[in-house]
Ligand binder design. Structure first.
Ligand SMILES: O=C(O)c1ccccc1NCC(=O)[C@H](O)[C@H](O)COP(=O)(O)O
Length: 254
């Protein structure tokens, strides 16, 4: 699946026209994660559908969801901008950025500098770079480019091998360990546990995917995570503000 997605991205890039606007004022994704509202920082994902789960939220209104996440105390947002596989849109990111005061990550499959420039123009504060999708030299080039134009970068890996490959070329300020294997879709909430000793201590560590319960939060925090990226489990609930409070084990007053 990952290979198929990357082929689609190569085709999209051929057609890509970067909008001629100034972008929107930058908000620091890194600082928001470093000073979280709770014991673990929360990146809440605006996600309509996914290759592994199909349609997650039929009644999908990205701005309403983003505002509910903000009310629930999310520290940052992640917005899917991929259309073919996640039913996301670039416009959703711009609309969300204008509607809330939180930093916003462009969640997509970035393989080319043009997509990074585009991310800035549509209002993103941060971009995702996936270790499994990029040769180390290209990852380094894109990372430097993103930082140069003022974007934060979430560098993601799934396994120890790719972690070591990434650390040979860059020292990411924010590192995500994806509990989901993007080739098989299997999720393993323990994915981070064996990797912590390789991760530089001052790196902000995000546990991503397959997080459903307060026990899951306890577990990834024990493994050393500073933040979590959560999509499906929040999106499946009727009210995303309540969903966040339930995830963090807080009382919900209706
Ligand atoms: O979610 C998928 O099915 C997926 C498939 C192929 C590539 C990437 C995929 N997901 C991207 C993500 O990293 C997640 O959207 C994110 O970590 C949130 O995960 P979850 O809480 O499990 O929705």
């Amino acid at each position: 699946m990952l290979d198929q997605i990357l082929e689609t991205k190569k085709e999209e890039i051929k057609q890509l026209i970067i909008p001629e606007n100034e972008g929107l004022p930058h908000r620091s994704f890194l600082q928001a994660l470093a000073k979280p509202n709770r014991r673990l920082a929360l990146i809440a994902e605006v996600k309509k559908a996914s290759p592994s789960k199909g349609l997650i939220k039929p009644d999908f209104h990205p701005v309403t969801i983003a505002k509910a996440y903000e009310r629930g105390g999310a520290d940052c947002l992640s917005v899917l901008t991929d259309t073919p596989y996640f039913q996301g849109k670039k416009e959703y990111l711009t609309e969300v950025k204008k509607a809330v005061n939180l930093p916003v990550l462009r969640k997509d499959f970035i393989i080319n500098s043009k997509q990074i420039i585009e991310a800035k123009h549509i209002g993103a504060d941060a971009v995702l770079l996936i270790g499994e999708a990029l040769e180390p030299a290209l990852l380094k080039e894109l990372y430097i480019h993103a930082e140069e134009i003022g974007l934060d970068v979430l560098v993601e890996v799934h396994d120890q091998h790719h972690l070591e490959q990434v650390l040979k070329v860059i020292k990411p300020k924010i590192l995500g360990v994806n509990n989901r294997n993007l080739k098989t879709f299997e999720t393993n909430i323990h994915q981070l546990s064996g990797m912590i000793s390789t991760i530089p201590q001052d790196t902000l560590l995000v546990s991503e995917s397959g997080i459903y319960t307060n026990n899951d939060l306890d577990l990834v925090q024990q493994f050393g995570a500073n933040a979590v990226l959560v999509g499906e489990s929040l999106m499946r609930k009727e009210d995303q503000t309540i969903a966040i409070k339930e995830l963090f084990g807080e009382p919900v007053y209706e």
